[in-house]
Design a protein around this ligand. Structure first.
Ligand SMILES: Cc1ncc(C[n+]2csc(CCOP(=O)(O)OP(=O)(O)O)c2C)c(N)n1
Ligand code: SF4
Length: 314
């Protein structure tokens, strides 16, 4: 597996194909397509119940041209652990060629990862299974009607965080899933963003090549839940990075490196104003979000040991 340096290094073979039922403009399909391109045909994908699960595998059809298994909402990492262990046993018993490399990958939503699947994920990371866990983060439980998850950002509207004069959308912060994963001492964790496909694909390869468990946390703009025009999904993903709402970084053996540097940031308002889920925000509330982002940028810069993300250019 080669870390891609240009678009020419991205394999042409399509292992995730169209004809699925994801919404027009859904970026989850784009991420899945890149993930299996990088992993290649010798890959087993595990997906818990989510938009991707229900939309890409309605019997008797499937978009996956690699072995794929649907599991319950809460246990994708446990099933992936079992598959990885079974492959080891089969190799030891000579039932499969021990030199054959087979990737085990989880592709799951934020609800199935940050919340209900968290204990299965923790067990998998703690036991050290060589599995690459990719979470596509659309910041809510979209498949069942846009309920808030532990990944929903502060003040976002969801169907369970309604907006009124007292409650202003989601209360509290977004869980830091990469920090949670790193607390298990895993060799590789990263954040990625589909507007930067080469960077994202390189992280998939590094995760797959890591000597133990790895986690890649990918931002996934959702036209239906975030309430934006389907054609601007990738534009929004890029704006998330340009405003500092999302920072692309990786942590290899405990060392953090920012992979998409942003010398001058755009104000968060440019990102928020394009999404219906934030349309209720007052200028004061937008300033509050800006302050939170500024603090997070300072924290990541400190961990990176450089000013990788610069100040807001006004
Ligand atoms: C134990 C259990 N509780 C609830 C559900 C209903 N359910 C199915 S998918 C889903 C939401 C999935 O959210 P997420 O993982 O964020 O993926 P997305 O739908 O956003 O792609 C829920 C609540 C379920 N299938 N099993
Ligand atoms: S609801 Fe969102 S995540 Fe689900 S298929 Fe539609 S755009 Fe994709």
């Amino acid at each position: 597996m080669k870390v891609p340096e240009s678009v020419r290094d991205i394999p042409r073979e399509e292992l995730f194909v169209g004809g699925h039922g994801l919404c027009a403009g859904c970026v989850a399909g784009t991420i899945a397509r890149h993930l299996v391109k990088m992993a290649g045909p010798n890959t087993i994908v595990v997906s818990s119940t989510s938009c991707v699960e229900v939309s890409t595998a309605f019997y008797p059809y499937t978009s996956w041209r690699v072995p794929w298994i649907h599991v319950a909402f809460e246990n994708a990492a446990a099933v992936a652990s079992g598959i990885e262990s079974a492959l080891k046993v089969l190799a030891r018993k000579g039932a499969i060629d021990p030199s054959r490399r087979i990737n085990v990958v989880v592709y799951a939503g934020d609800g199935g990862t940050f919340d209900i699947g968290l204990q299965a994920l923790s067990g998998m990371l703690e036991r050290g299974h060589k599995v690459t866990y990719v979470v596509y983060d659309n910041e809510a439980y979209m498949n069942t009607g846009i309920q808030r998850s532990g990944a929903t950002p502060p003040m976002a509207w969801t169907s369970t965080t309604p907006v009124g004069s007292k409650v202003r959308g989601k209360e509290g912060r977004k869980k830091d899933i990469v920090a949670i994963a790193l607390a298990h001492g895993i060799p590789y964790a990263a954040t990625a963003n589909p507007a930067y496909p080469l960077d994202m694909d390189a992280k998939f390869v590094r995760g797959l090549s890591a000597p133990g468990p790895s986690l890649v946390h990918v931002l996934m703009p959702c036209t239906t839940g975030w309430r934006f025009e389907p054609r601007i999904g990738i534009k929004l993903a890029r704006l998330a990075v340009e405003t500092g709402m999302w920072i692309n970084y990786e942590v290899v053996e405990g060392r953090l490196r920012v992979t998409t540097k942003v010398p001058k940031r755009k104000p968060v308002e440019e990102y928020l104003r394009l999404q219906g889920r934030f349309s209720h925000l007052t200028p004061e509330e937008i300033r509050e979000i800006q302050n939170t982002v500024d603090r997070e940028v300072d924290r990541i810069n400190a961990l990176a040991g450089e000013i990788a993300i610069g100040p807001v250019a006004r």
